[in-house]
Design a protein around this ligand. Structure first.
Ligand code: WQD
Length: 339
């Protein structure tokens, strides 16, 4: 039985990936210091999978704690590294905390993989590295634009650190550039748990529909798009989780030659904010209160993925629809206290 370390394993994408790894017979160790999630996510993973992953409550940015955790795992087959601070706006307020945490944890993990090259690493990157791409759908070889936030910079520089380390130390890695992961596991036992006021569109929609927030503010209606609102590539979190299984199996099979391969994780289809609202109302039967507001600084007009490389290299494509995403997100919201 191969052991896989899932850092940020109690987080949104990490928990859904842990479920898929367990379903395929991997032994899973979830590392999570609960900086941005709750311990009871472990119960949700166990309820779906019928088995409980090991949970290590470790701050991976602490080199001593990280080394001691990994010293006990010489036969680790893979590390899937989700653990990072990820709020764009917060990163502008607290850049040093973001650089210390996101780079510190990555560097500590890379010291391990440099010494144990049989351990394959998957790095959680983001479409933010593209900024406003000149051509859409955006391909992996599109130019990386100057980051619009310290968060985006940690992903751009994180990929460069990964590439330099893999080349120097002879290990293999894959960077996955997520577009907009949304939705929840269809069982409604795990899902997105934004702490505080949700910054992202879909959790704000479900909390507003649940009466926990006021009307949704649609940030800008004068963009050069089909209905004036921004376009994004919204992808079901289970599709994102499955892509990690395909990427791990590509690395374990020895396929590919570049030390670090990069793949977009998107559906290839862009949806406007108003189309997301319609999908929510259509799939749940709930009317959403919303109003137009000023543009949000830093938003790009449109971003959606070219999916050819992921299909060819990973043998993976997103399968779930926007309506399924919204129905699953709502079903999860309805399980939360104070819904
Ligand atoms: C989507 C659209 C908003 C909230 C971010 C990160 C990215 C990735 C995904 C981690 C935009 C609009 C939003 C609201 C709105 N995260 N919106 N009202 O900004 O595309 O990407 O999350 O990897 O790195 O940058 O996602 O959900 O915040 O916004 O109108 O209350 O919804 O303007 O057009 P974004 P988002």
């Amino acid at each position: 039985m191969k052991t896989v370390l899932v850092t940020g394993g109690l987080g949104f994408i990490g928990s859904h990936t842990a479920v898929e790894l367990l379903a395929r017979g991997y032994r899973v160790v979830c590392v999570d210091n609960l900086a941005n999630t709750r311990a009871d996510v472990l119960d949700g993973i166990a309820a779906i999978s019928g088995q409980r992953p090991v949970w290590a409550n470790v701050d991976l940015a602490d080199p001593v704690a990280c080394r001691s955790l990994l010293a006990g795992m010489p036969d680790l087959a893979g590390i899937i590294h989700f653990a990072a601070f990820k709020a764009v706006g917060e990163s502008v307020q607290k850049p040093l905390a973001y650089y210390r945490n996101n780079f510190g944890s990555l560097l500590n993990l890379l010291e391990f993989t440099a010494a144990q090259p049989q351990c394959r690493l998957i790095f959680s990157s983001s479409c933010t590295v593209y900024g406003q791409a000149d051509t859409l759908p955006v391909r992996e070889d599109a130019p990386v634009k100057p980051a619009e936030s310290p968060y985006g910079n940690t992903k751009q520089v994180g990929e460069e650190i990964l590439r330099d380390a893999a080349r120097a130390h002879g290990f293999r890695a894959i960077a996955l550039r997520y577009f907009n992961p949304i939705g929840a596991h269809p069982s409604a036992k795990i899902g997105e748990l934004p702490l505080g006021v949700p910054q992202n569109l879909v959790p704000f929609i479900t909390q507003s529909a649940a009466g926990l927030r006021g009307p949704l503010k649609v940030f800008g209606n004068d963009y050069p798009t089909r209905d004036g609102t921004c376009i994004r590539d919204y992808i079901h979190v289970v599709d994102v989780a499955l892509a990690h299984i395909y990427a791990l199996e590509r690395l374990l099979s020895g396929k590919g030659s570049d030390p670090v391969e990069v793949f977009n994780l998107g559906t290839g289809t862009g949806s406007t904010v108003l189309e997301v609202i319609s999908a929510f109302e259509r799939s749940t039967g709930k009317k959403l209160q919303w109003e137009f507001a000023a543009r949000r600084p830093g938003d790009v007009i449109a971003a959606y993925a070219n999916t050819e490389q992921a299909a060819a290299g990973l043998g993976w494509r997103a399968e779930r629809t926007l309506d399924q995403c919204m129905a699953d997100a709502w079903r999860w919201q309805c399980t939360l206290p104070g819904k």
